[in-house]
Design a protein around this ligand. Structure first.
Ligand SMILES: NC(=O)c1ccc[n+]([C@@H]2O[C@H](COP(=O)([O-])OP(=O)(O)OC[C@H]3O[C@@H](n4cnc5c(N)ncnc54)[C@H](OP(=O)(O)O)[C@@H]3O)[C@@H](O)[C@H]2O)c1
Length: 269
């Protein structure tokens, strides 16, 4: 059996990807479609989502449905339940996130609460809804997109980083709980990745040479490869080295300062 057949048998016939209108979500849609799974693509941006759906239908020949909904609203899960009725979803990619950049006391409380809704409550509801079905059918895969920022405190994205830690720990815990039920779970921790969202955050990249910026295509390919092999994964050799080796060698205080110093260069005035 080829690796794409194995992937389809394990995680098909349908996959659901949130935040698919652009960035890594679009790349997840492309690569999962190319592996032969039908797709349900979810995003708040209807026009861009329709374009991605059309592109994936043409390039992969799979069935693609779109659901335009706001994941910050509690009712989104009922919309998804209704819209996905009859689709046997074997793969969930919880990818959408709300990632505003700024110092904690310069961000509004409303913004911080929205981060909890989109980045924590929505993945929780998605796992509750679709993970339960995978558990019952004894087959499936769940990718919770976290971030390298989940591993330590990060100035300028304090609340966002905290929400990403929630995803990482939830994913790793579920990896252990669900593995005996043949459901694979992955906490995926990209570093800086050149997506639309990242570019729109306007980092002053020239001010720092420490961090490497990855492209969405190889980043997402690593997620799909890591699913079923490990509880969590950092894409990119350089990111893996920086985050894992440095985490082990450096005192946590120093690590937080180093990461913060890079953020000050990128986003400070
Ligand atoms: N790019 C990076 O450097 C990086 C690094 C580490 C981790 N990550 C993680 O990787 C994932 C994808 O990031 P990305 O950079 O590809 O993001 P992106 O380019 O900003 O795309 C995310 C998509 O999700 C949508 N979305 C956001 N809030 C939503 C909501 N409430 N309901 C429905 N859709 C919503 C966005 O729409 P709007 O644009 O209208 O909000 C956008 O279409 C995120 O979980 C992010 O935290 C990214």
């Amino acid at each position: 059996m080829s690796s794409s057949q194995t992937f389809k048998t394990k995680y098909g016939p349908w996959a659901l990807v949130t935040g698919a209108a652009w960035g890594m979500g679009t790349e997840f849609a492309r690569q999962i479609g190319a592996l032969g799974l039908n797709l349900i693509l979810v995003d708040i941006r209807g026009d861009e989502l329709a374009q991605v759906a059309e592109e994936v239908r043409k390039s992969s020949g799979v069935e693609v449905k779109t659901v335009v909904t706001d994941l910050s609203r509690l009712e989104f899960i009922e919309t998804l339940r209704r819209e996905t009725e009859g689709a046997d979803i074997g793969l969930l990619v919880s990818n959408a996130a709300y990632p505003p950049v700024g110092l904690f006391f310069e961000q509004s409380l409303e913004d911080k609460l929205r981060m909890i809704e989109v980045n924590c409550r929505a993945p929780l509801l998605l796992v509750q809804e679709f993970g339960a079905k995978m558990l019952a059918r004894k087959r499936g895969g769940i990718i919770l997109v976290s971030s390298g920022s989940a591993l330590q405190g990060v100035a300028y994205i304090s609340s966002y980083a905290a929400t990403k830690a929630y995803n990482l720990i939830l994913a790793e815990s579920l990896w252990d709980e669900l593995r005996e039920h043949n459901v694979d779970v992955l906490g995926f921790m990209p570093g800086a990745t050149r997506t639309t969202g990242f570019v729109l955050s306007k980092p002053h990249l020239g001010r720092s040479t420490v961090a490497s910026i990855m492209e969405p295509k190889p980043t997402v390919a690593e997620a799909l490869k890591a699913l079923g092999r490990t509880p969590s994964w950092i894409p990119g050799r350089r990111n893996r080295w920086t985050l894992t080796v440095a985490q082990r060698l450096l005192p946590r205080k120093l690590m937080i300062k180093l990461v913060g110093s890079n953020m000050r260069k990128w986003y400070g005035k």
